[in-house]
Design a binder for this molecule. Structure first.
Ligand code: 13P
Length: 281
């Protein structure tokens, strides 16, 4: 059944756990995520990142997620991840996504507020919930066990607590992605998470908090994030890595077998994360 993330987050906050938001990029990953959630009897947030529109358009992604989501026995939210411009995010609302993210986190604060507010007004009028990001989860290096300096241009900027309070008040956003030490993609080493910052943000804000850049962030780190204040953890890269690792040794002559082995590895990885995040039913 299709739902928004509102009820999911209410339960996760009360239960002290997080829900994984796996990014799908084709029908195999989409179907595999729903099958996994059904096997475990837990909700799933099917996320599609606008940046992956070279694999699926925003419309195609919605049609796939709707198809599998509607007939699922568990709650399924269809989420536009990292909506990069207001026009596309509004289009996603019109198409039927039950949850959207407007990501203006790389813009100045005022621009981020203005874009988020505009999306919130539009989405809320259509019964759709909105996630925004303050601070910035980059895709470059962050502080890790092996690398003590941010080296990349697109570095992560930690979320400021007072600014976050102001941002939520000014925009009316439903959930907030915060930057506390993770980064998108692969790391050298394990990132150092600022748990004090997480606790301060959790205490200061009533909206659910979201962590991006889940892949490779360290199991202990992620479990603590899930149980100490984060309601949703976004994961993408780890599923692709699991698929590659499961298939790279073999000399396949059967394409179906390759896809099935990849799907099985993706399923196993998603089950692992549901367990790690203590996701409740
Ligand atoms: P990773 O690819 O690092 O898991 O990040 C995923 C993400 O944050 C999608 O929004």
């Amino acid at each position: 059944m299709l739902v928004t993330t509102k009820e999911m987050f209410q339960r996760s906050r009360e239960g002290g756990y997080a829900i994984v938001a796996p990014d799908f990029w084709d029908s195999n990953s989409c179907r595999t995520y729903v099958e996994t959630a059904e096997e475990l009897g837990v909700p799933v947030i099917l996320s599609f990142a606008q940046a992956h529109d070279d694999m699926l358009s925003v419309e195609e992604a919605y049609m796939l997620a709707k198809y599998y989501g509607e007939k699922a026995s568990v709650p399924v939210a269809i989420h536009l991840d990292h909506g990069l411009d207001v026009e596309t995010v509004k289009k996603a609302v019109d198409i039927g996504y039950t949850s959207v993210m407007i990501d203006a986190s790389a813009q100045p604060y005022e621009v981020n507020v203005a874009r988020t507010k505009e999306v919130c007004e539009y989405a809320h009028a259509h019964g759709v919930v909105v996630e925004a990001e303050l601070g910035h989860v980059g895709s470059g290096d962050v502080i890790t066990s092996e690398n003590k300096e941010a080296l990349h241009d697109d570095h992560s900027i930690y979320t400021d607590v007072e600014m976050a309070k102001q941002f939520v008040k000014e925009t009316g956003v439903d959930s907030l992605a915060v930057s506390i030490g993770t980064s998108h993609g692969l790391y050298k080493g394990t990132p150092v998470i600022d748990f004090d910052r997480l606790h301060e943000l959790r205490a200061a804000l009533s909206v659910p908090l979201v962590l991006h850049g889940g892949s490779g962030s360290g199991d202990d780190n992620l479990e603590r994030c899930a149980t100490e204040g984060i309601s949703k953890i976004n994961v993408f890269t780890d599923f692709t890595v699991a698929a590659i690792n499961a298939t790279k040794g073999e000399d396949y002559i059967n394409w179906y077998k390759l896809i099935k082995d990849a799907n099985a590895a993706i399923k196993e990885k998603l089950k692992f994360y549901y367990g790690l995040f203590h996701t409740g039913k």
